[in-house]
Each structure stands twice: as structure tokens, then as C-alpha cells.
Design a protein around this ligand. Structure first.
Ligand SMILES: [Zn+2]
Length: 422
């Protein structure tokens, strides 16, 4: 075969099974959930054409040549969005250090499997908030999914996280003379910060991930204060440099000065935030900053009585803060830290959010309308409405009556392409 013919063939092969369906499909579920109101539209049909929702209603008919997919007994709703994942890390990270024992190519292949599991669980979009030492593998995974090479959720990625020497995302425990790559980009001055952000932009980041405070082991249990990692000036520099490129900043921040600085200086979202004080929550309400609480990833395995004092204190703080944030009307987007928990298992978080005081409709909205708006998809994702991208899932019961049914997604369509059927 000639080189030209091979090139032509590869173009055809790449363009044929493309990420977007160039066809018409009529979905006939038992009902469609309106995630704005919580109302079930019984007997509604959804017409999908060329990857978009063309029409929703009881009298929508199938045009000639359309594929008809019957979903009897199923409730159709928008594809779910997880606003805090790490597809490049797996739950074995603590016992099998990926930086020391896995190549980045191997980790990328793990990410391919994680992406498939995430999509099949009904999460059609994720905000992947750093590659945990796998450098630019998240950019490659995002692009391969977008090009239709492998199945997975639509991704926004953060590449390397910004942290400090001696704080979080450090490769700890090795002798000082051993130099190894780190989990994050350790930036300790203004020059480092500017160079790193510009490098991330160069290699395709969608957002900047800033570790504004340390991790759980840095929390002082005596007064429950987290470690602020960057100075106020440094956080301001991160925000200005990101704003120059018009990309948002997601700030890992438990509370205290680090969280306050991140919110006031312009972070789009606060991640985790279990120690957020009222003054920070009030600023978040005033500025429309999202909170991505990621509650259950901080639970230890087994019954609560067997947890460490630190895990119990963190869980108690998280529950109390969640209640205060709900009462104040902080915008909450669904996020799980999947990677630390198995990819595809993240719908368990809905149950915890409801247990902590969210109405089931609010919990569903946090993973649809709210997360879509957080990611800049407020007009194109997050609802089953004509004109939006056809990211749709179906479950066998109404999630507003039983939120756990979101752990049992039976049908998944993304960009009009079916990835799972009952
Ligand atoms: Zn995380």
C-alpha cells in the first residue's frame, strides 16, 4: 500500500467513528426530569440530531431514518458532571507510589480505563483538577477523548498543580540526596509562579490548580487550622497571571487565610473547604464563588467509631460547614476527588450530600446546572433542553425519590453517541 493511500485511510478511519454522531435518534424513556423544577415530564420524547438535543416533548415524532431507543421504566436526565476528579491517579496510590513505580505512559493508559469507567457511570463531563505528577497526560487524555480515539467524559484539565516546597504535593519520605519528580509543580517565588503558569498554558491547560492550603496532616487539631501555603501576594499573582490568559483558578483550600485570600483575590472555586469560616462563606456568596466540597473522600474505611481522631474531626467540620454553606446559599458544585476513590464509584457522594441536608433536587442540580455553569457550559450542558449538547443518562427510578439510584445508571449518551444501554 502506498504512503498516500495509508494517509488517506487513516484520515477516513479517524473521521468515521467520530466523537459526535452525525445521525438522528429518538429516545423514548418513561419520563424526563426537568432539573430546574424537579418535575417529571411523563411520556416525553427526546429527539437528538448531530449530537445536539433537537426537541423535547410528548408529541415529538421520529423522522424517517431515525434510530428509536426505548427506555421503558427509565427516567432520563442530563449527563452528570464531576467537578473534581483526578483520572491520572488510582486508589492504589498510597501503597504503590505512581511516581516511583509507574511510567507516565502506563499512568496514561490507567487514565484511559478511568475515563471509560467514569463515562459508563453516567459522568459525561469532568473537571480534572491536576494530573498528580503525570505532567501533561491529562491534556493527552482530554484530546484523545475529544478526537474520538477512546471513550470518556468531556474533560477540562489542570495539568500540574501549584504547590510549595515543604507543603502538599511533595514527594515526602525520601533521603534529601535523592532527587525525584514531585506530585505538583513546587513554586516558591514570583518568578517560579509566572513561569509555571505560562508553561501550563503553553502545553494546553484549561485551568490552574492552586494548593492554597496544605493537606489533612497539616491541620492543627488543637484549633482546626489548615496550613496556608502561599502568601497573599503570591495568591494575587497566581490570579492575575491566570486572568491574563482568561483561565479560571480552582483553589484547594480548607479554610483560614489561604481560603480567604483565594476567594477575595478571584478563585472561581474552592475545593474541599471543610474549615471555611463564615467570613469566607459570605465572600463566596457575594462573589458567586463555587464550593466543591468532596465530602466522602475524607472518610476512612469501616465504621466511624474505628476512624482516627483526625478523620472524625474533619468529617464533623465538613458536615457543620456544609450546613452553614447551604443556609447562606453558597453555590455548590458536585465533586468527589475520584482517583482517591475508584473511578466510576463517585455517585455515592450524592447520598452524603443529601444526608448532610441538601434536598435531592439540589444535589442533582449541583452535578448538572451548577457544575455546568462553573465550567463555563451554562448554555450548552446541564439540562435536557432543545439546543443543548446531547449528554443524557437514564436511571430506573426517580432520583428525587431515591438519590441512590444515581449509582445505577443504565443508559449513557454523550455528544449524541450511545455508550451504555440497559
Ligand atoms: Zn483533588
Amino acid at each position: 500500500m502506498t504512503r498516500t493511500l495509508l494517509a488517506l485511510l487513516s484520515v477516513l478511519l479517524l473521521s468515521a467513528p467520530c466523537a459526535r454522531a452525525q445521525q438522528t435518534t429518538l429516545l423514548r424513556p418513561a419520563s424526563v426530569l426537568d432539573v430546574r423544577t424537579g418535575r417529571l415530564l411523563d411520556g416525553a420524547r427526546v429527539l437528538v440530531r448531530d449530537g445536539r438535543i433537537a426537541a423535547v416533548g410528548r408529541d415529538v415524532a421520529a423522522p424517517a431514518g431515525a434510530e428509536i431507543i426505548d427506555l421503558p421504566g427509565h427516567v432520563l436526565l442530563p449527563g452528570l458532571i464531576d467537578a473534581h476528579t483526578h483520572l491520572l491517579i488510582q486508589p492504589d496510590y498510597a501503597s504503590n507510589n505512581p511516581i516511583l513505580y509507574k511510567s507516565i505512559p502506563y499512568r496514561t493508559l490507567e487514565g484511559v480505563a478511568a475515563a471509560k469507567a467514569t463515562l459508563e457511570a453516567g459522568f459525561t463531563t469532568v473537571r480534572d483538577v491536576d494530573s498528580e505528577g503525570a505532567d501533561w497526560a491529562d491534556v493527552a487524555l482530554r484530546d484523545a477523548i475529544e478526537d474520538g480515539l477512546v471513550p470518556g467524559p468531556r474533560m477540562q484539565v489542570a495539568t500540574r498543580a501549584l504547590s510549595i516546597t515543604g507543603g502538599y504535593m511533595n514527594q515526602n519520605g525520601l533521603a534529601p540526596q535523592i532527587d525525584v519528580p514531585q506530585y505538583g509543580a513546587l513554586v516558591d517565588n514570583a518568578d517560579d509562579i509566572v513561569k509555571e503558569i505560562r508553561t501550563e498554558v503553553k502545553y494546553g491547560t484549561d485551568l490552574i490548580k492552586l494548593y492554597a492550603t496544605g493537606t489533612t496532616r497539616h491541620i492543627d487539631l488543637k484549633d482546626m487550622t489548615p496550613l496556608p501555603q502561599f502568601t497573599t501576594e503570591e495568591i494575587g499573582l497566581v490570579m492575575r497571571e491566570a486572568a491574563r490568559f482568561k483561565i479560571p483558578v480552582a483553589a484547594h483550600a480548607y479554610g483560614g487565610q489561604g481560603a480567604y485570600d483565594a476567594v477575595v483575590l478571584g478563585a472561581r472555586s474552592i475545593e474541599h473547604g471543610m474549615l471555611l469560616e463564615d467570613r469566607v462563606l459570605d465572600e463566596m456568596v457575594a462573589r458567586g464563588t463555587w464550593w466543591v466540597p468532596t465530602i466522602s473522600v475524607y472518610f476512612e474505611p469501616g465504621p466511624r467509631d474505628s476512624w482516627s481522631a483526625r478523620a472524625r474531626a474533619i468529617a464533623d467540620a465538613h458536615r457543620a460547614t456544609f450546613g452553614r454553606a447551604l443556609a447562606k446559599g453558597v453555590r455548590i458544585a458536585f465533586g468527589t476527588d475520584a482517583g482517591a476513590i475508584p473511578h466510576g464509584s463517585q455517585a455515592t457522594e450524592f447520598q452524603v450530600m443529601v444526608e448532610y441536608g441538601m434536598r435531592p433536587l439540589q444535589a442533582v442540580q449541583s452535578a448538572t446546572l451548577e457544575a455546568a455553569e462553573l465550567m463555563g457550559y451554562g448554555e450548552s450542558l446541564g439540562a435536557v433542553e432543545a439546543g443543548r449538547i446531547a449528554d443524557l443518562i437514564a436511571v430506573p427510578r426517580n432520583p428525587l425519590e431515591d438519590i441512590t439510584v444515581l449509582q445505577d445508571v443504565r443508559f449513557v449518551m454523550k455528544d449524541g453517541v450511545v455508550h451504555r444501554r440497559p
